[in-house]
Design a protein around this ligand. Structure first.
Ligand code: MLT
Length: 264
């Protein structure tokens, strides 16, 4: 089946090898803007809205990360983007690993930010399916509106209160069908640690020290699995390290990009 075209956004209009950004759940490309503001000039940055989120239609995309990865691949080709470093936060990281598995020629470097390569526990899977049913049954986002409290950490709770209305606004602007789709797709994902075993390019693993959703042990597991990985622990940040400490995340991604350019 031809994948539904996804929206791509050139966030930094540089030339050369692109840094491709895939957002977390239940957000869209806007979550990258604080990081992009900290990147060096001249670097090309393209963000993709995953199926149903932001400016992308869900269409008839099956609820799998394989379908999402194929759609990202098609969108990059359609936009004429070259191969480069692919970076994903959380759900975006699951898609980045799936892209590296299915379309390895596109991925010369991997940035895995507040994410993990392992599959869900049975309990987590059941929770996702319950959330999917709740948003479908009510056609509201009530089941996910409490998420900012989990995504942002104790430091943000004390010192960055303005992030709450921003994240709340971004979640509110997504559609219930996209949220249900993503929960089903994430629930169905297998363990992809073996993708990291096979991956030969540079990998940047970034994790907020306060992240309780995909904690540091998951980050270390990915670093141990890859042959050329660097661990970046971001102090005073949790699961949305891109918003909480954007300069530290930008530094890690800039280093990753430099490594990819060196190796091409
Ligand atoms: C995300 O930030 O994308 C989600 O927390 C991912 C997940 O639910 O596993």
């Amino acid at each position: 089946m031809t994948p539904t075209p996804l929206a791509t956004h050139v966030l930094h209009d540089g030339a050369g090898v692109p840094l491709v950004l895939l957002h977390g759940f239940p957000l869209d490309h806007r979550m990258w803007s604080p990081v992009v503001a900290e990147l060096p000039p001249g670097l090309r940055v393209v963000a993709v809205d995953l199926p149903g989120f932001g400016h992308s239609d869900l269409g008839h995309t099956p609820p799998t990360l394989e379908a999402a990865a194929d759609a990202v691949h098609a969108a990059l080709r359609h936009a004429g983007e070259g191969n480069g470093a692919v970076v994903g936060l959380s759900m975006g990281g699951y898609v980045a690993l799936t892209l590296a598995e299915r379309h390895p020629e596109v991925v010369h470097g991997l940035g895995l930010v507040d994410t993990k390569s392992t599959a869900d526990t049975e309990e987590a899977r059941a929770g996702r399916l319950a959330t999917a049913r709740a948003v479908e049954d009510t056609q509201t986002l009530d089941a996910v509106m409490g998420m900012p409290d989990k995504l942002l950490g104790p430091t943000s709770k004390m010192e960055r209160r303005s992030l709450y209305p921003t994240v709340d606004h971004w979640i509110r602007s997504q559609s219930p069908s996209a949220v249900a789709w993503a929960q089903r797709a994430m629930a169905a994902r297998p363990d992809r640690t073996d993708v990291l075993h096979r991956f030969t390019g540079p990998v940047a693993v970034v994790v907020g020290a306060e992240d309780t959703i995909t904690p540091i042990d998951e980050a270390k597991h990915m670093v141990d699995a890859a042959s050329d990985a660097t661990l970046h622990v971001v102090a005073n940040a949790a699961h949305l390290s891109t918003l909480e400490e954007p300069a530290a995340v930008a530094q890690a991604l800039t280093e990753l990009h430099e490594r990819v350019v060196e190796q091409l």
